[in-house]
Design a protein around this ligand. Structure first.
Ligand code: C5P
Length: 404
């Protein structure tokens, strides 16, 4: 299941005999490409040793809320922010009661309160405990908050009873986990995304380029595909795998990127320009390798086409989204680009030595004509999902205004 590739999953294991099945779950999640960190409650450690999960996840297992060692490595708030998904399997009656009532006295329930990411719980308990009105009322509360509850199924239980309360099988839980990222908010729309740097040749062996890794553009393309869109990614030279995207076109120079975009733009609903397109290219590319001679070397550059501006100026332009990487005056520069390039949206980020380009994390401020939203520092794939949500909202609003 490609929706799990690269996803960061906190697997919460609570006390119950099905805790042993959570060991298979770790293997399956990892097999599907997820990064897994296991958090165990104290009673879970009585059923399965933390070492089992440590060996299977190849990461330290978290059991304490305030442990000096783990807090310095990855504290509970960082862990909550790190997670793309918190999956609790098995979820005991006790855990469900704590979660339903907002307790934060142990690590797992605290993580559930501290995360902005989706939570899935897979209950497992004795059938009478499951049927108990208290448990059912707690589940109602949890359901009302939009938390996904998967299972349980009915059958013979470890205690010998027969009835509802068996945890779903790991394979089924993994399917639910993958589906949680499949939001379908852009189903039916066709997207074109550009990503990565461009390279502008100066002779047969040399080129000018920039530090863009392409990670943000690739994450946006993947998030759009997960949102159900038909995505084409036009990529400059990068060292990345396109996850969940079937149509990828590789280009090198700004001119090639422009041609590739313009060939495809007619059928496109949303154009997201995340590429760091070179602004200038050599006026003349030397046919032979340029020889070292004088102390100084002059290169005459000419302006490249602005692909984004060209797209937004089309008669039947798609919904256009640009990026603005700025080292100063972030808001002013972003707002100016939004208006000058006549964009529907712009995602602006501050670039400095540590942030923005060629790194895993970023912070964005998104501007559109009538609003803005700040997306605080987060891994790029998380940011990309938030950005796609905002784009879907604004795109649908623009379309509904058109039809009214
Ligand atoms: O004006 P500036 O280059 O800062 O604008 C950045 C935005 O414009 C990005 O979305 C980038 O992909 C796009 N762009 C472009 N063609 C260029 C230069 C930038 O599409 N030649």
């Amino acid at each position: 299941m490609h929706t799990l590739i690269g996803k960061r999953i906190v697997l919460g294991v609570t006390g119950g005999i099905s805790a042993y099945k959570a060991a298979f779950l770790v293997r399956l999640l990892r097999k599907n490409g997820a990064n897994v960190r296991v958090v165990m409650t104290q009673s879970a450690t009585k059923f399965v040793a933390p070492l089992t999960f440590q060996a299977l996840s190849e990461k330290p297992v978290h059991t304490e809320l305030l442990d000096l060692n783990t807090e310095t490595a990855m504290g509970h708030i960082e862990l909550a922010k790190w997670a793309d998904l918190i999956l609790i399997a098995p979820a005991s009656a006790n855990f469900i009661a704590r979660y339903a009532n907002g307790f934060a006295e142990d690590l797992l329930s605290t993580l559930c309160l501290a995360t902005g990411s989706p939570v899935i719980i897979a209950p497992a308990m004795n059938q009478q405990m499951w049927r108990n009105q208290a448990t059912q009322e707690n589940l109602e509360k949890i359901n009302a908050r939009g938390i996904t509850v998967v299972g349980p199924t009915a059958g013979v239980q470890a205690c010998g009873d027969d009835g509802p309360g068996r945890m779903l099988e790991p394979e089924e839980i993994v399917t639910y986990a993958g589906n949680i990222f499949q939001t379908n908010i852009l189903t039916g729309s066709r997207l074109l995304v550009t990503a990565g740097p461009t390279r502008e040749a100066i002779d047969p062996v040399r080129f000018l380029s920039n530090r863009s890794s392409g990670r943000m553009g690739y994450a946006v393309a993947t998030a759009a595909a997960e949102a159900g869109a038909d995505v084409t990614l036009i990529s400059g030279p990068v060292d990345l795998a396109a996850i969940g995207i079937e149509k990828v076109v590789y280009v090198t120079s700004a001119k090639e990127m422009q041609e590739s975009v313009m060939q495809r733009i007619n059928n496109i609903d949303i154009f997201i320009s995340a590429a760091a397109v070179a602004d200038y290219s050599a006026q003349k590319i030397s046919e032979q390798k340029i020889k070292k001679s004088d102390d100084t070397f002059e290169l005459i550059m000419q302006k490249n086409p602005d692909i984004l501006a060209e797209v937004s100026a089309l008669y039947d332009a798609p919904f256009t989204v640009g990026f603005a990487a700025e080292t100063e005056n972030l808001e002013l520069n972003a707002q100016t680009k939004l208006h000058l390039k006549n964009l529907d949206m712009i995602a602006a980020n501050q670039v400095d030595k540590k942030l923005g380009i060629d790194c895993d994390e970023n912070a964005l401020t998104i501007f559109w004509k009538t609003g803005r939203e700040k997306l605080p520092l987060a891994p790029k794939n998380k940011l990309a999902r938030s950005l796609i949500k905002l784009i879907a909202l604004q795109y649908n609003e623009k379309n509904s205004n058109k039809t009214h």
